[in-house]
Write a protein that binds this ligand. Structure first.
Ligand code: ADP
Length: 405
């Protein structure tokens, strides 16, 4: 796959079979903002299906089109092309209120002059829920997020985390089949974010039939919550799969670097068979995993150029002269608490290597050390994404960031 190519899910979206219609379908959706020279393509040829009960995270750097996708589904933005469907029904031209979707945004968007109760009830009234049902539904929704006793408070009398819980309760009160969350934790401090993440996991379990689309630029949120992760870049879907698969066998350099951080070492394929192979990196020969390339990508051919993806935490440092150790010089060392990120110039490798070692080792800048790759050293990735266009992976506090960041 070339950069800029659009990934279309192998089972293309179709409205034909209504018995198995997914809860959410984006069918080749395009969105442009503005006109003339100022046109921005915010979403291009975007196809995605989310099943009832499934949570998909839209993960990507700022400006990659994640929020626009959510807005197109919620009805806040009209697609320029393509269609959005909910449980088989084309809702592309339906007003937001008639879609029955629960939406939670980063800024909470609560009415400041209304109590917690009023805010949740407002959503129900605008969805024309009968008056006699409103009281019970408000109580139920506030109960789900542990806010029942705060019903009489105003938003300004609540912490950020509590306000976000109210916003979630407001979205849940309409008992939506589809719940959209746009960076819901981004405005919270790191500690609160962790505890809210746990609460969102609980909520997911409590709503086994609800389809969720969760927008984030934070890989740790996507890994914690999503059944599948859709990686976005420049208005397009780049890769989509389970978190496990994307992590273990990233199909593209972009996803490798964005999800978890990676060294992407240019290499030449020597030979590949049965999912494993040998590659030449600089003046070294290393063993690698070599999963079958994805649809539209060429199989691994001898002498082909590729990228060897090596996760920083899988490399070990030791003494020079240790068996199988390559000789390296420490270029920088940044202690991060649980681990230390070293940048190492390894003799015979074309690029410097990022290595995460546990704790706070005594590895001074300039020290000469032994560098031990795991066996296999990493996983092979098609060389379709140039180094210049790799993302700066977000520092999500997970202790691993993009090696090129
Ligand atoms: P993300 O959610 O991934 O950060 P967005 O969907 O918000 O990305 O934005 C995608 C692109 O569309 C960006 O280039 C952004 O600047 C642009 N964009 C978003 N909203 C508007 C708007 N209302 N008018 C013009 N351009 C917009």
């Amino acid at each position: 796959m070339k950069p800029g190519d659009t990934l279309t899910e192998s089972t293309a979206a179709t409205a034909a079979d209504t018995t198995t219609e997914p809860a959410i379908v984006f069918d080749r959706v395009g969105v442009r903002y503005g006109g003339g020279r100022k046109t921005t393509v915010a979403l291009a040829d975007f196809t995605l299906r989310v099943a009832a009960g499934e949570t998909v995270a839209l993960l990507g750097p700022s400006g990659s089109g994640k929020s626009t996708a959510l807005k197109a589904l919620a009805g806040f933005v009209r697609p320029t092309s393509g269609a959005v469907r909910l449980a088989g029904r084309d809702v592309t031209d339906l007003s937001p209120a008639k879609r029955g979707i629960g939406v939670v945004v980063q800024s909470y968007a609560l009415f400041p002059h209304m109590t917690v109760h009023g805010n949740v009830a407002f959503g129900l009234k605008s969805h024309r829920v009968p008056r006699r049902d409103i009281e019970g539904r408000v109580r139920e929704a506030l109960g789900m997020v542990g806010m029942a006793e705060y019903a009489k408070r105003l938003p300004r009398e609540l912490s950020g985390g509590q306000q976000q819980r109210v916003a979630i309760a407001r979205a849940l009160a309409i008992r939506p089949k589809v719940l959209l969350l746009d960076e819901p934790l981004a405005a919270l401090d790191a500690q609160l974010r962790q505890s809210m993440l746990g609460e969102l996991q609980q909520l997911r379990k409590a709503l086994p039939d609800t389809a969720m689309l969760y927008v984030t630029h934070d890989q740790s949120e996507a890994l914690a919550l999503a059944d599948r992760i859709a990686v976005m870049r420049d208005a397009r879907l780049v890769d989509i799969d389970t978190a496990e698969n994307l992590w273990q066998r990233p199909p593209t350099g972009f996803t490798a670097a964005f999800l978890g951080g990676a060294n992407l070492l240019p290499c030449t394929v020597n030979r590949v068979s049965g999912g494993a192979g040998l590659v030449t990196v600089g003046s070294h020969t290393l063993r690698t995993q070599a999963p079958k390339p994805g649809v539209g990508q060429q199989d691994w051919a001898p002498d082909a150029t590729a990228l060897l993806c090596v996760r920083p935490h899988t490399v070990r440092i030791g003494a020079v002269g240790e068996r199988d150790a390559l000789r390296g010089t420490v270029l920088s060392s940044v202690w991060r608490g649980a681990s230390t990120r070293l940048r190492i110039s390894v003799d015979g490798l074309p690029e410097e290597l990022a290595v995460d070692v546990p704790g706070h080792p005594a590895a001074e800048v300039g020290a000469v050390i032994g560098v031990l790759f795991p066996d296999p050293a990493g996983v092979l990735i098609p060389a379709t994404v140039g180094a210049e266009s790799l993302p700066a992976a977000p520092n999500s506090g997970s202790g691993q960031t993009g090696a090129r960041a």
